[in-house]
Design a protein around this ligand. Structure first.
Ligand code: G6P
Length: 362
């Protein structure tokens, strides 16, 4: 076990720190100049709409990708929790593509949803990390994420790898739909360049992030509850940040869309109920900042994760490097925060109570 952890105290920490390599591995063979190659999908038609189905952290990755699929592929997207989808009477459109996401490829509800859609005659694309798993075998086509084995029960690097594949999927369909539009081509090339630069940026950022995560974890270990807030592409990350904190440290945490806090949750804010806010340098920045100020004016403490070059009046600022894809840096930052919190509180990081790596029962 000691060797497999490569000198790290826990598998989870090792897997978080491996993420620059995961980013690199996920891009191997996938790019040809400014083109994305997903030959697994070349034989399937471009769908009129996409329905993404998954559980847990994989669901959060799916929700995240909705923004990019709509932006780059211009395809409407619905994202569903597998256990809900299965027991409704869902109405699928004729030209719909089903995408199921599962690290293990064995999650019972996700597999059940896949089978249901296949029975109805729909193509199902699996995004999966485990070679030869049930999802990989049964899907019409499988896009393998290249995260390598994930041992820690709480998923970290697998989500990052799913996000890469989903972003590539958005660019791939954009390519097929808008092959000749030079404006769309330029936008795709721009985001691909950001993606290619990420491994190095993350590599440089991780040690600094770990120090910051440790500092904030000690400072906020008093909390019994936490809010995680994000807007736009940060919303699903806020859900994931909250999920990681509860899974690992057993601190109650809720992820919310920043714009929704005024519709109820803000009633909970007091000096003992802190917030982890994601304020990316995008079109939502000013709105997110005013949400943060509303929390502060009610004596709420805030850790604000910002990108270099932006400013906000707040005591606890956590700066991450500038990039157009800040989610790929914010995710490891939040993973490290939960990791350090759980370790500081003496919790079983790799095997949290009551949880399983893969839930193969309904
Ligand atoms: C379990 C794990 C989570 C994971 C979820 C979905 O609950 O503890 O970390 O996100 O299953 O797993 P999958 O393998 O389908 O991605």
């Amino acid at each position: 076990q000691g060797a497999a952890k490569d000198g790290y105290k826990h598998f989870m920490l090792k897997e978080i720190m491996e993420q620059p390599k995961v980013l690199r591995d996920c891009l191997v063979g996938r790019l040809q100049d400014d083109r994305v190659c997903l030959p697994e999908l070349d034989g399937l038609p471009v769908p009129g709409s996409i329905r993404i189905i998954a559980c847990g952290t994989s669901y959060n990755a799916g929700l995240w990708s909705q923004y990019y699929l709509e932006q780059f592929a211009e395809i409407p997207v619905i994202v569903e929790i597998a256990s809900e989808f299965r027991y409704r009477k869902p109405i699928l459109k004729a030209d719909e593509l089903i995408v199921v996401i599962s690290q293990s490829g064995e999650t019972a509800d996700t597999l059940g949803a896949l089978r249901l859609c296949k029975e109805k005659g729909y193509p199902v694309v699996g995004i999966c990390n485990v070679l030869g798993s049930s999802v990989a075998r049964e899907a019409s086509a499988c896009l393998y994420t290249q995260a390598g084995p994930e041992i820690s029960v709480a998923s970290t690097k697998a989500m990052l790898s799913q996000m890469v594949l989903l972003l590539l999927l958005a660019l791939y369909y954009g390519q097929r739909k808008n092959a000749d539009c030079s404006h769309a081509k330029k936008l795709r090339a721009g985001i691909l360049n950001e993606l290619k630069a990420l491994p190095e940026i993350l590599e440089g950022a991780l040690p600094v992030m770990r120090d910051k995560a440790k500092k904030f974890a000690y400072q906020y270990a008093y909390a019994k509850s936490f809010f995680y807030l994000g807007r736009g592409t940060a919303y699903s990350l806020a859900l994931e940040g909250a999920l990681k904190l509860k899974e690992l440290s057993y601190i109650h945490a809720e992820g919310y869309a920043t714009g929704e806090i005024k519709h109820g949750p803000i009633a909970l804010i007091d000096p003992d109920f802190p917030t982890f806010a994601l304020a990316f340098d995008d079109d939502n920045f000013n709105k997110v900042c005013s949400g943060i100020l509303e929390i502060k004016s009610r004596q709420g403490n805030v850790i604000a994760l910002l990108q270099e070059g932006t400013e906000l009046e707040n005591n606890d600022l956590w700066y991450i490097p500038q990039t157009k894809l800040p989610e790929f840096l914010a995710l490891p930052a939040m993973q490290l925060f939960s990791y350090e919190m759980a370790d500081y509180l003496g919790k079983d990081v790799d095997q949290p109570r009551n949880l399983a790596k893969s839930v193969t029962v309904e």
